[in-house]
Design a protein around this ligand. Structure first.
Ligand code: SIN
Ligand code: CO
Length: 388
């Protein structure tokens, strides 16, 4: 698809300032008083934001098979949910009111959306999830609900009425295809205009209804559950533990109970399982790989005719590089995790890679080390980074 209208200029034109984004607060003040604690409404957090995407460009995104899209409708009080990819015609034929089209992971599809998501860099990227965009005609929304994670709701085009509630009753409508609160009593309500932003901590009930052609951008976060970490760590161990030996029983004695599991076999297995050992190093390695692993539907587009290493070296030092919007690049100490793969390095190379991970781009002047250039060529040929 072609680049949606206005998108390329939109973010740079929006005159971004972190202090304005946070309603005049420093990140430290916001984190101390609001983050994971209470909602915050910021008028004109991103002035000039209104032109981003429109119904047509949203429909194009929702038809892509590398996008996660959903269509929410209400029919005679019953909520309906369909998953994309959609056909252009079915989206063109929707009624004039009362539905909502949502596309998740827009940051993977559009570089400008990736920049917007990563401008929330006062929170570690390991906590960032994705940027979801919704389009709704008047009356459209996804119903009163709560999210399990923090979210910043940024108003793009049009206006939306947001009602919020600190209610403790989080009972959901049974049998509905999406999470709808059975009872919702608003404590506060605001009309958000283009560029306004509402921050909500996890589990805070909310309901947004479009007042006109309305686009909402949700910067969403992730927080692993203890259960998810334990199961994923066990999967990691399965791939990383090498356990020698095989059970043998040359001392076997005759037993009258062949159906019974022999005690010596049980003891032997107990001993094997007790040899499994892990420490901080293994847990750190697991976490880096897990957090940087792209989601299952993400595929990279390696260049069809990559530059030779010599041409690449010349180009990279002049132009610099940036991470592909789909790339997850994290680090801890000397361990770097590029889309689930681990690299160890120290010295100048580590300094450059930390900057690349923090800023998601690196100027040519910092790309002079030959080992670093070879690594970048490998990442470029895999589609993980691009020349700027
Ligand atoms: C929407 O954009 O309509 C929903 C966003 C949300 O409530 O999290
Ligand atoms: Co929500």
């Amino acid at each position: 698809m072609g680049k949606p209208k206005h998108l390329a200029q939109a973010f740079s034109n929006s005159d971004f300032s972190l202090s304005r984004l946070l309603g005049g607060m420093t990140p430290a003040e916001f984190l101390a008083d609001y983050w994971q604690k209470k909602p915050l409404l910021v008028r004109q957090a991103l002035p000039g934001f209104g032109d981003w995407l429109d119904r047509d460009s949203m429909s194009e995104l929702a038809c892509r098979d590398d996008a996660e899209s959903r269509l929410v409708r209400v029919n005679r009080g019953r909520w309906l949910l369909d998953h994309g990819p959609f056909q252009g015609e079915e989206l063109d034929e929707l009624p004039q009111r009362g539905w909502s089209l949502l596309v998740s992971g827009v940051n993977h599809l559009l570089p400008e959306a990736d920049r917007l998501l990563h401008s929330f860099n006062f929170i570690p990227y390991a906590r960032l999830d994705d940027l979801m965009v919704s389009y709704a005609p008047p009356g459209g929304g996804v119903g009163p609900h709560f999210d399990s994670y923090d979210v910043f709701l940024i108003q793009g085009k049009g206006r939306r009425r947001w009602e919020i509630s600190g209610q403790e009753d989080l009972e959901l409508v049974e049998g509905a295809p999406l999470r709808i609160l059975k009872h919702f009593t608003a404590d506060e309500s605001w009309i958000l205009e283009p560029g306004d932003m509402l921050y909500l901590p996890p589990k805070f009930a909310h309901n947004g209804v479009a007042l006109d052609d309305c686009m909402t951008w949700s910067v969403g976060f992730r927080a692993p559950t203890a259960q998810e970490m334990m199961s994923q760590f066990l999967i990691y161990l399965q791939d990383h533990l090498e356990v020698p030996g095989m059970y043998a029983d040359p001392e076997r004695r005759f037993s009258r109970h062949p159906g019974e599991i022999p005690t010596d076999l049980l003891r032997w297995v107990e001993g094997v399982i007790r040899t499994a050992a892990w420490g901080k190093a293994e847990i750190g390695d697991f976490l880096g790989r897990y957090l940087s692993e792209p989601k299952a539907h993400i595929f990279f587009d390696p260049p069809s005719r990559p530059l030779s290493p010599a041409k690449f070296t010349q180009a990279i030092t002049q132009r610099g590089i940036h991470l592909d919007p789909r790339t997850q690049f994290l680090y801890r100490g000397q361990a770097f995790f590029m889309n689930g793969e681990r690299i160890e390095c120290a010295g100048v190379m580590a300094i450059a890679l930390r900057e690349l991970a923090d800023k998601r781009e690196l100027p040519g002047a910092k790309l002079l080390d030959q080992e670093l250039i070879s690594l970048c060529h490998h990442w470029y040929a895999s589609g993980y980074i691009s020349l700027t």
